[in-house]
Design a protein around this ligand. Structure first.
Ligand code: NDP
Ligand code: 13P
Length: 342
């Protein structure tokens, strides 16, 4: 993988997944001087992106740079790419990897944009890539931060974190993705970044429920703050750097997602709070709300390591249909009282 200063011609990037974030991140990479080829699983979407220069299904009204091409052919998307960006829903990654892996160059670096934890295995996405692809950790990076796709696609200024166990790889990727509107910071705390990204989706579901029930800023700020405490408690138990959770991939993303009506997770929670069922919500959108699945895997993981996660527990109960959203708020207030910093 080669690096160069912002604005220079850099190399080819394959983006596997043509949804909101895969497409918005492709704009970042194209603006930073990379040639980008997006893999979509539907012909009509690949055609709309490659020929019409718009992804009307996910980012309507955004004109895509001409250096972005698209295909449904994984071999074509990956040919010559030294950066391989994965942007499919987390729960589909394991099934999708065998389609991609035969065409990934032996030195190419994987970049996960996904913010979920696999159901059943409780693995983070970088762990799934390492396991299924037999890829060493110095070739797997994650990008995570307050990066709502539509705002990024509009080139509104934002920062993010690119994390890799090998700091030099993170730095090279940082150079590859630094664009006029997108400022990446490096980190070696892959676990902390992935955890921040996955956990905030569950907290955003909870905040959305509160909004849907008609509660105001005191309620949402209380949930965000206790959500951050819970995220940090579990992530630290698993080996994350606590400061990562106070950074862009933790607090930053938590605030953006919990505050924004653009967030699919917050919207999902809001609809639950307004009385819709999980099935009705799934039927009303094609976009992924990762927290609705990751609440169960994060809960299982927390219980495996003996960490208390009342928000994740309660959100999972609501999603499973065993608790109402009003019951969740009541449980939040009426749990046994304790010291804040316990
Ligand atoms: N959107 C955002 O603001 C951000 C999202 N993320 C994360 O990025 C990841 C991708 O999200 P995002 O792009 O937003 O998702 P979207 O829901 O917008 O798009 C999902 C994409 O994946 C495809 N897809 C859906 N199911 C499958 C499957 N089973 N196998 C293969 N492809 C599938 C969809 O194809 P089709 O259209 O054919 O259904 C679509 O191209 C998630 O983990 C998300 O948490 C991270 C930061 C920001
Ligand atoms: O991760 C995101 C912003 O950083 C997007 O959140 P949603 O998936 O809830 O839209």
């Amino acid at each position: 993988m080669s690096g160069s200063a912002a604005g220079d011609t850099k190399g080819k990037v394959a983006v596997l997944g043509a949804g909101s974030w895969g497409t918005a991140f492709s704009i970042v990479m194209a603006d930073a001087g990379n040639d980008v080829c997006i893999w979509a699983r539907r012909d009509e979407l690949a055609h709309a992106i490659g020929e019409g220069h718009e992804n009307a299904d996910y980012l309507p009204g955004i004109e895509l740079p001409r250096t972005i091409t698209a295909t449904t052919d994984a071999e074509q998307a990956l040919a010559g790419a030294d950066v391989v960006v994965l942007a499919v829903p987390s729960q589909s990654l394991r099934d999708n990897l065998p389609t991609f892996l035969p065409y990934v160059g032996s030195d190419a670096v994987f970049v996960s944009l996904m913010k979920g934890v696999e159901l059943g295995t409780q693995k983070r996405m970088s762990e799934v890539i390492a396991e299924v692809g037999d890829v060493p950790t110095d070739r797997i990076a994650v990008v995570s931060g307050p990066n709502l796709a539509r705002e990024i696609a509009r080139r509104e200024p934002a920062a993010s974190v690119v994390a890799c166990a090998d700091e030099a790889v993170a730095t090279t990727l940082q150079q590859r993705m630094h664009s006029p509107a997108f400022r990446p910071y490096t980190s070696v705390d892959v676990l902390g970044c992935e955890f921040g990204g996955a956990y905030k989706n569950v907290v955003a579901l909870c905040v959305g429920m509160a909004v849907g029930l008609g509660f105001g800023d005191n309620t949402t700020a209380s949930l965000i703050t206790r959500g951050l405490a819970e995220t940090a408690r579990l992530a630290m138990r698993l080996g994350a750097n606590p400061l990562t959770l106070m950074g862009l991939a933790g607090l930053g993303d938590l605030v953006a997602t919990c505050s924004s009506p653009l967030s699919r997770n917050r919207t999902f929670g809001e609809k639950l709070g307004q009385g819709q069922t999980v099935e009705q919500i799934y039927a009303s959108t094609r976009q992924v709300a990762e927290g609705a699945k990751s609440c169960s895997s994060l809960r299982a993981l927390a219980h495996e390591v003996g960490v208390e996660v009342p928000i994740v527990d309660a959100v999972d109960e609501v999603v499973q249909g065993r608790l109402t959203t009003a019951g969740l708020m009541e449980a939040f207030i009426n749990r046994d009282t304790k010291a804040e910093l316990s």
